[in-house]
Ligand binder design. Structure first.
Ligand code: ATP
Ligand code: MG
Length: 261
């Protein structure tokens, strides 16, 4: 039975997609069977994994969600792309934003994705959902079916205010929709250790949240190589295996494995 991890933060550009790609491929290289779900109409995850024209895909997450809503049967492996050994992807595209709007009028709209994931979760060890930068109905769908949420936080601005809103949403979902939901951890990303500012932010996150929410001891460094991987459709392990970002993402992978399936 898969462990389901939603990678979420309504703040844009904090490293959600980069973390989904590298944690997903990291877990796969440790022998785990991984499904990555692109929960963002921007489709950055699909593009990062080599589908650079996601709007041309014949089927995607959009079709899966529509089938659930219309109570139509979903054939096995429908919209599932095998992208690496042990890594499958359910891609998305811009049409997902229309589905988001139509879900508003659907009964049990927060549980549409859960209904699908429940039917496939015995096929994987990990299912990782890359959320869009909003706390709208798609992100709530991801939180409603997840076991844990991983929260990337960019160590380049004072993140405390935005995090409060996210954490409030997580606890609301936990109370109303998904009692088992836990926080996997806050992950500091794009950490530039040459600056005191990054250190101040790390300290502030630990001070404000560290007692109630786990903060990963490992930080993802600011790395040009990490920024380049989406355009070359590779994971950091393939693109720059000896670099500091690969080391950090390997440590994150081991930490997530240590938290258990
Ligand atoms: P969005 O909210 O738009 O979905 P996101 O939270 O998924 O964004 P990413 O797309 O992973 O964030 O990263 C934002 C940008 O920062 C991208 O251009 C990415 O290549 C770059 N980036 C990600 N991680 C790092 C890193 N460790 N060092 C430097 N640049 C990074
Ligand atoms: Mg993204």
């Amino acid at each position: 039975m898969a462990k389901i991890i939603a990678i979420a933060n309504q703040k844009g550009g904090v490293g959600k997609t980069t973390t989904a790609v590298n944690l997903g491929t990291g877990l796969a290289s440790e022998g785990k069977k991984v499904l990555l779900i692109d929960g963002d109409p921007q489709a950055s995850l699909s593009i990062s994994l080599g589908y650079d024209e996601p709007d041309k895909l014949e089927v995607s997450l959009v079709d899966i969600l529509s089938n659930v809503v219309n109570e139509e049967e979903i054939p096995e492996n429908y919209a599932v792309l095998n992208v690496r050994e042990n890594v499958d992807l359910i891609p998305s595209n811009i049409e997902l934003s229309a589905v988001e709007i139509s879900l508003v009028n659907t009964m049990s709209r927060e549980l549409v994705l859960k209904s699908y994931i429940d039917s496939i979760k015995d096929r994987y060890d990990f299912i990782i959902i890359d959320c869009m930068p909003s706390l709208g109905v798609m992100t709530v769908n991801a939180l409603a079916c997840a076991d844990t949420v991983l929260i990337p936080v960019q160590a380049a601005y004072l993140p405390v205010k935005g995090l409060q809103q996210l954490i409030k949403t997580i606890y609301t979902v936990k109370r109303r929709l998904n009692a088992k939901l836990e926080i996997e951890g806050i992950l500091l990303t794009m950490v530039d250790n040459r600056t005191n500012y990054a250190k101040d932010i790390a300290m502030e996150v630990n001070d404000v949240y560290g007692r109630s929410i786990p903060v990963f001891p490992i930080e993802i460094p600011l790395s040009v190589r990490a920024a380049e991987i989406s355009s070359v459709a590779k994971s950091i392990f393939e693109y720059d295996p000896k670099g500091k970002a690969a080391f950090a993402y390997l440590s994150l992978t081991k930490e997530v494995l240590a938290h258990g399936c």
